[in-house]
Design a protein around this ligand. Structure first.
Ligand code: HEM
Length: 191
């Protein structure tokens, strides 16, 4: 028993200092720790002063529309209505309720009004300015984008598609008429 204790207490400081010198000796580890601390700081900071949602944000009308990259850019949360859109894997989501993440002071504000796919897959907050076809990403990165897409689908409202240059937008008013008709049919059946 006593031996074990002695061995344990004499080993741990050595292990700790080995670990510390290994971490501090590698510029990559130091950079990663820096990034982690920065992101944690930004998240804690944005959580502390969670601004009460502006009435305008709560009442924002549902948006159903396709966007090209330039049109999407406007929706970065700096407009008076505060709406924030983010594209993931070709789909545009309304992430206004995630303002503490994507709002101008949030840790992921660089995704606001943009296609976040590449950034999410490559762990870097940012992306290209022009349309990104993601064709150079590998299978693992594409899988990660699909997982993020599922996560966004579960949490946020889908607004439309991110259009390739020259691609025509979908006319969603037809869909809405169809779903309104389907709803009134269901209501009649239930009566
Ligand atoms: C060490 C680094 C990181 C830490 C400690 C961290 C931590 C967190 C935490 C605590 C949340 C909030 C989760 C919640 O309350 O639901 C979050 C959300 C998020 N993180 Fe990170 N994160 C890190 C790096 C990254 C990187 C590199 C990316 C992508 C480039 C990323 C993308 C996101 C996104 C998009 C959300 C918001 C998801 C949503 O809308 O619900 N994170 N992160």
């Amino acid at each position: 028993m006593a031996e074990g204790k002695v061995a344990g207490s004499s080993e741990s400081p050595g292990v700790m200092s080995d670990l510390l010198s290994e971490i501090c000796g590698s510029p990559v580890s130091v950079a990663l720790i820096g990034i982690i601390c920065f992101l944690l700081y930004k998240i804690v900071k944005s959580r502390r002063k969670v601004p009460a949602p502006q009435p305008a944000e709560l009442d924002l009308p549902k948006l159903r529309k396709d966007f090209n990259v330039e049109e999407l850019r406007k929706y970065d949360g700096t407009q008076p209505d505060g709406r924030i859109l983010v594209a993931v894997n070709g789909k545009v989501f309304d992430v206004t309720r995630g303002k503490r993440f994507y709002g101008p002071d949030g840790p992921y504000s660089a995704f606001a009004g943009r296609d976040a796919s590449r950034g999410l897959a490559t762990f870097s907050v940012g992306g290209k300015d022009e349309y990104d076809d993601l064709s150079d990403l590998n299978a693992v990165e594409m899988d990660s984008i699909r997982e993020w897409e599922i996560q966004f689908t579960e949490k946020y409202a889908l607004v439309g598609r991110l259009l390739k240059p020259g691609e025509e937008p979908t006319n969603y008013s037809d869909d809405e008429e169809e779903s309104a008709a389907a709803e009134s049919q269901t209501e009649k059946k239930n009566e």
